[in-house]
Design a protein. Structure first.
Length: 296
């Protein structure tokens, strides 16, 4: 049950506990204050008393949970929760507030990753408080990959994909469409993207590569191999490239590049660390930039 709530509310385990406590205490507070207020008035028939009481607690409840949510550190969650309820009940118009058409509907990102997922984590952190963007899905091809732990910890649904279906089936397009994914971000995803998926998401799939493309890209050029090749060639600089994904490995139009020096004596690990720092600094902001452009 806890896991389901984490996924539904997109929060971690501790937050679920704090939110449930807020609900419980807020509910009790509502009942208590409601009765106290009712005692101040002398309301005749019992049925009328009940009607007035229900109306009163309905009005008091949002206020009570908001007050209780402050010491529990869950104010933002409850503001969003109440707005969502308000919209469902037709009290708040769908054209106002979070997720509105006016401000641009919430954009949903799927992150594809095969490894540790440090870039995925940075992107998740970056968008955590930005209600216009939701990291809606983590797609992974490798059981046990670190990124799956991140998905679990963050309460983000994860999809472990199979080779056969990805390359020779529907490439999971149906799942992505059902989940209303707007943008696919490849953050260390090692499988080539099938043409069908590229066509289903034209200009909506981006990748990060740990070198300055077009150099050191292509099949087999990933992770440590890239850095080893850069060092072996005696390059004075390397960097990162964020680019659109097309039918060839590391080939689509470049969106952004940033460079860093390659120092004499650099090992693969040292260079990898420097490159990761660049990725963590720029990838989330470039993704945000792309999302903003999608709104126009
Ligand atoms: C990054 O260096 C990225 O450029 C490459 O794969 C690596 C993924 O690292 N495509 P992490 O899993 O995000 O830590």
């Amino acid at each position: 049950m806890f896991n389901r709530l984490q996924q539904k509310w997109k929060v971690n385990g501790l937050q679920v506990a704090l939110i449930l406590s807020t609900f419980a205490i807020g509910g009790s507070l509502t009942g208590y204050v409601g009765r106290k207020l009712m005692n101040l008035f002398d309301i005749g028939p019992e049925w009328l008393w009940i009607v007035v009481y229900i109306l009163l607690v309905t009005l008091l409840w949002p206020l009570a949970v908001l007050v209780v949510s402050i010491p529990f550190g869950q104010f933002r969650f409850f503001i969003r929760y109440l707005k969502k309820m308000g919209r469902r009940m037709g009290i708040i118009s769908r054209e106002s507030g979070v997720g509105s058409r006016e401000l641009g509907a919430v954009k949903r990102i799927a992150i594809f990753a095969s490894g540790a997922g440090s870039n995925a984590q940075k992107i998740i952190d970056h968008f955590r408080e930005k209600s216009q963007v939701e990291i809606a899905l983590i797609v992974c091809n490798k059981p046990g990959a670190g990124v799956l732990e991140i998905a679990e910890k963050e309460g983000i649904p994860a999809l472990l994909i199979e080779k056969e279906r990805f390359f020779r089936g529907d490439a999971y397009i149906q799942v992505l469409k059902e989940k209303n994914i707007d943008l696919i971000v490849l953050a260390g995803f090692l499988w080539k993207i099938p043409v069908a998926l590229i066509r289903a998401y034209p200009g909506k799939i981006v990748n990060i590569h740990p070198a300055l493309l077009p150099k050191y890209g292509g099949k087999g050029m990933y992770g440590q191999f890239v850095h080893a090749a850069v060092i072996a060639a005696g390059e004075k600089e390397s960097g990162i490239t964020i680019h659109y994904v097309d039918e060839h490995y590391d080939h689509g139009d470049v969106i952004f590049q940033a460079s860093c020096p390659v120092e004499v004596g650099d090992t693969v690990a040292v260079l990898a660390k420097r490159i990761h720092e660049l990725e963590h600094k720029y990838f989330p902001v470039v993704v945000e930039e792309l999302i903003m452009r999608m709104d126009k």
